[in-house]
Design a protein around this ligand. Structure first.
Ligand code: EPZ
Length: 430
């Protein structure tokens, strides 16, 4: 079992260049289905989720070529209609091929993505929006069957500003007949990035980044060369690592305007923040202050930064309250943090973080991507060695995480388990 071993107590110092945004790259890769011409994407992070999305698209007949930092995709055709379970189950974001397949082919069969341990991850808003565009969709136990002779623009109000639903509907509507008005749309920077890319492909989308988006359907979309925005969550994670170690860390190649709420909260904790045009420096404080945080859709505090802040606030003076408003089960991380000395009491969607703790060494397991990163962050401030297993979660979304932390002075290593899998005769494989 691969694991990460962190020996904390050293203030991080130095500069780290931030990768392209995972949650933009995956969707723009899916947008390649909307044209038969080449889509060349730059600043793509080298992470597992990008590899899985590449496999999903290749399974649909899209030609995918990856070089260091960029991906070239060409859905010349014929394009398949099915995204199978063995791929979709590895990454629920695969659901965003649904809208593009409907727009391109008028058909799609996508395995049900299933939930994960941060919540049910429902897709009812995706389905309802696509049905309002004219699709007929059967949601079965195992898969979603969708058909649309033609997609026609519609007024679509979203009950919740779902990122994935906004993306699926936007991509389908970009080739629909007529105008779609999407109300209560998600406003994340990754939504704006996808809209910018689609517009460069010939779409007519306005209002991206606001709650009301207008999509004028185009006859066809053409190829594009497009660079992904920086990953605001990766950048924020490195800043929290600088904060929790009382260090002096600069993240470069970032767009600070995407991280306003995180920077505000780091300032409230007592860190010194200096913002440049495309860089941010943080000087951590030896006595972080307790604060309250409520996660909300953008531009509110990002739910993906909730776990790293729980690690940081465990060391603050006083008690902090973290309220999770986006996902229904995103506090499982608290149990793992408790194994290192964290004291967090969960009361429904509130986590009461009792500060003044000191992390000790211990063995923990990454429950999911962001909680895994938060365990590394906690380990950077722990008094004893912290061993983290199930690190494949972390490798889904953080490129060369341990190596880059090492360049900042962290005492951290990634231990690959070379032990060959031993299955006794008669034992089930898996
Ligand atoms: C995206 O997930 C991100 N993933 C998540 O990041 C991120 O946490 C989330 O947006 C919120 O910002 C990717 O972009 C690949 P949602 P998504 O649809 O699209 C409910 C990470 O670590 N909902 O905005 O799945 C849903 O249950 C990941 O990189 C419905 O009820 O998020 C959840 O409670 C984790 N019905 C809430 O909305 C629907 O049809 C937010 O979901 C869709 C969503």
């Amino acid at each position: 079992m691969d694991k990460i071993i962190v020996r904390g107590g050293k203030p991080l110092a130095g500069e780290v260049k931030i990768s392209g945004a995972k949650n933009s790259a995956l969707k723009i890769m899916a947008a390649s289905i909307l044209t038969s011409e080449p889509v060349v994407i730059g600043n793509v992070p080298n992470i597992r989720d990008v590899s899985v999305m590449a496999e999903v698209l290749q399974g649909l007949g899209v030609h995918v070529e990856r070089t260091d930092g960029s991906v070239t995709l060409r859905a010349r055709g014929p394009i398949g209609v099915e995204a199978p379970y063995q791929l979709v189950s590895r990454m629920r974001a695969s659901i965003v091929v649904l809208g593009p397949l409907l727009a391109r082919l008028g058909r799609a069969r996508v395995a049900m993505p299933g939930g994960c341990n941060i919540g049910l991850r429902k897709i009812d808003l995706h389905i309802r929006g696509l049905e309002m565009l004219g699709a007929r969709i059967d949601v079965g136990q195992a898969s979603i069957e969708a058909r649309a002779d033609v997609l026609v623009g519609a007024n679509i109000p979203l009950d919740f500003p779902s990122v994935g639903a906004t993306e699926n509907i936007m991509m389908a509507a970009s080739l629909a007949r007529g105008t779609t008005v999407l109300e209560n749309a998600a406003r994340e920077p990754e939504i704006v990035d996808l809209a910018d890319c689609l517009n460069k492909m010939g779409a007519h989308i306005s209002g991206a980044g606001t709650s009301t988006m207008i999509i004028e359907g185009a006859e066809r979309l053409h190829g594009v060369t497009f660079d992904i925005i920086p990953d605001r969550i990766e950048a924020s994670t490195f800043l929290v690592a600088g904060a929790i170690t009382g260090g002096d860390v600069t993240v470069t190649a970032v767009q600070p305007e995407h991280m306003a709420m995180v920077l505000k909260k780091l300032g409230q904790v007592g860190c010194e923040i200096n913002v440049g045009a495309d860089s941010i420096n943080i000087k951590g404080t030896s006595a972080p202050k307790s604060i309250n945080i409520s996660t909300l859709p953008h531009p509110g505090f990002p739910t993906d930064m909730q776990a790293p802040f729980m690690s940081l606030l465990s060391l603050a003076r006083g008690t902090s309250i973290i309220t999770e408003n986006v996902f229904e089960n995103r506090f499982t991380f608290a149990r793992e943090l408790g194994r290192l000395g964290g004291r967090v009491n969960i009361e429904r969607h509130h986590a009461v973080v009792v500060g003044g703790q000191a992390f000790g060494g211990g063995a923990v397991k990454a429950p999911d991507l962001r909680a895994g990163a938060a365990l590394v962050v906690a380990g950077l401030a722990a008094g004893g060695p912290v061993e983290i297993e199930d690190i494949y979660h972390i490798e889904r979304g953080y490129e060369n995480f341990t190596e880059r932390l090492k360049t900042l002075g962290a005492d951290i290593e990634l231990v690959r388990d070379e032990t060959p899998l031993k299955l006794a005769v008669g034992e089930d494989g898996y």
